[in-house]
Every structure is written in structure tokens, then in C-alpha cells.
Design a protein. Sequence first.
Length: 155
Amino acid sequence: MSSGKTIKSRFRSKSEHSLDNKGRLNFPSRFRDVLAQYGSGMLMVVPWKAHLRAYPVSEWEIIEDKLLDQKEQPQMGSYIRWVLSGVTECNLDKQGRILLPAALRAELRIGTDLVLTGMRDWVEIWDKDAWEIEIKGTLENFDSFDDGLSKLGIL
């Protein structure tokens, strides 16, 4: 049953990469293929807690609008300011790389060994050590997800 809409592929899976000496990241070809469906070679790279998020421009604009709708909420103002001040437009070069600005990498303590994770509408960019800590905590608490998964009908 078709709704008549074209369904975009999604960012999925995980891969490990290293930045080159200029701070460039080879964006995986499967992720470039998804990005191409958005009709742009640009990603909006955003600081997000202990990692970066890379959004296609149109997906980021949706998030940005939702955030700005909340700017009058006292608890959101400083968060919105931090996120929006850190947004960087990153264009893919001819080799499929993006340049991650040194200041952004330093702020989030992102080294040269990275893990990229596809999260459907965006890609997370993690320092490898931070990723391993995150995943270790997830695995240690895996049973705590059972209730939520059961409510979704997944278990």
C-alpha cells in the first residue's frame, strides 16, 4: 500500500573512523547515499551533550524551529543558546569528507578516533573512548529497557 510519498532511506548502523591531520572525517558512503536523497551535500553539525550530531539541513531546520518555539521557557534558554551557537555548516568535499572544526572538537573532547552511529534522521559522531563508556553503561543497564520496549510491543 503506497501513500504516494517517496520514503527516504535512513541513517543506520555504526562505523569507526579516524580524523586526518586537518580534522577531516570520511563520511561513510552509505550515509552519503542517504544524504543525497535530501538533495544536499551539506550537514549541520551540532554539539549534543558528549557527542556531535550531523543533520541534513532540512531535518535540522525542523529541530531548530522546535527549539526556538521554546525560547521563552527559562530552563530552555541557555540550552538553546549553547546548541545554536555551536551549529556548524559542513559541506562534503569531493572525497566525501567533512571538516570538523577544531574548536567544536576541543569543546566536546573529541579526539581523532571516532565512532559514527546512524540514528535514522541524523548521525551521531562520538569520540571512541566516550562511545565505549556510553555503550558499557547501556549494556550494564540493558534489562531496565524491558518495560519501555514491552509498552511499545517490541518484547
